[in-house]
Design a protein around this ligand. Structure first.
Ligand SMILES: Cc1ncc(COP(=O)(O)O)c(C=O)c1O
Length: 338
């Protein structure tokens, strides 16, 4: 049975399908393929464009006049929500960790350029609960002001947002067929879990329809934001319900590898820094130190452990604007540029 999303509200914001690019051999006979979700088009690209298509579709259907969301100081999700609001003519309010810096840079600079209003909470970088409470308070205030706000939790990781990655999973299966490959795994960077839940929902629906599906491995880069097996499976199953599918994601299907997170969210690691240099000089791929650099470090680490089959896919979820924030570019690797 074909998996379809046509019955769901969707604002067309992303340039899809994104390319599936052939990469180098990772050793042990495994070839890398890069799914270029850094090139989703909206406001500098990244994974959030896919979630925002469904979230904004829902917001417009609800008659929203504004979008309110929340994130860390250099949130890509906030930047892309700002761009979505600009495209759709919706006012955008962003609740951010930290304080307003004298020089606004990276994602914040782009969010401002897209016309969003930035609300600094002074909260610590990964105090997600405090940030969500500030987002709720601001939403209530905007509601009283008559703005008809549509609130989007951290990372857009609701069942509605996750629909974007359920659809992405089906998009990838079609590309694998066209390329004549059968990847053993799809690897990607995970933080708030919506990308993960969506991929697992798409995988379950496709398998239910008789298609052959790769395993999904999340490289976890944030402590305490839905990095827990029950939450991801629950979110995925809610997503499947919205899709009208009777397939089920089991807790055993959820794999989050946190070995490449380092000390905490947004704390750089030598492995991620090395992966950023490797990716830039191997494929011209731009990774960042908080998300995709750590994800790629996980990919390379798992490849070195011999985990993959003949083909593996890395979803490049984006994050390049953070390279232009203070401390965004890692130091030259020992031995300098090759
Ligand atoms: C560049 C990048 N990669 C990966 C992720 C993780 O996506 P999710 O929050 O859906 O787990 C994010 C989330 O902010 C991101 O900005």
């Amino acid at each position: 049975m074909k998996v379809v999303f046509d019955h769901l509200e969707r604002a067309r914001l992303a340039t899809l399908p994104t390319a599936l690019e052939a990469g180098p051999n990772l050793g042990g006979g495994t070839r890398l393929w890069v799914k270029r979700d850094d090139l989703t088009g909206l406001g500098g690209g990244g994974n959030k464009a896919r979630k925002l298509e469904f979230l904004c579709g829902d917001a417009l259907a609800a008659g929203a006049g504004a979008l309110v969301t929340v994130g860390a100081a250099q949130s890509n999700h906030c930047r892309m929500t700002a761009a979505a609001g600009a495209r759709l003519g919706l006012e955008v309010h962003l609740v951010l960790s930290g304080d307003r810096l004298e020089t606004i840079a990276g994602n914040q600079l782009l969010s401002m350029l897209f016309g969003a209003q930035l609300h600094f909470t002074g909260a610590e970088e990964s105090h997600w609960g405090e940030l969500e409470m500030a987002r709720e308070a601001l939403t209530e205030q905007l509601d009283v002001e008559g703005l008809a706000p549509y609130a989007i939790p951290i990372g857009g990781s609701t069942a509605v947002g996750a629909l974007g990655y359920a659809a992405a999973f089906i998009e990838m299966l079609d590309q694998f067929d066209a390329a004549g490959i059968v990847p053993s795994h799809i690897v990607f960077t995970s933080s708030s879990g919506g990308t993960h839940a969506g991929l697992l929902a798409g995988r379950a629906a496709a398998a239910h329809g008789g298609r052959r599906v790769p395993d999904v491995v999340a490289i976890g880069v944030a402590k305490g934001v839905n990095i827990g097996r029950p939450d991801i499976a629950e979110l995925a199953n809610h997503t499947l319900t919205l899709m009208g599918s009777t397939a089920i994601v089991a807790h055993e299907d959820v794999e989050v590898d946190t070995r490449w997170m380092g000390d905490d969210y947004a704390v750089p690691t030598p492995a991620a820094d090395a992966a950023i240099h490797w990716a830039a000089r191997t494929g011209g791929w731009l990774l960042d130190r908080t998300y995709s650099g750590k994800g790629c470090a996980g990919l390379l680490g798992l490849a070195a452990e011999g985990r993959f089959g003949t083909d593996v896919v890395f979803i490049h979820t984006g994050g390049w604007p953070a390279l232009f924030a203070p401390g965004g570019v890692p130091p030259e690797p020992a031995g300098g540029a090759r």
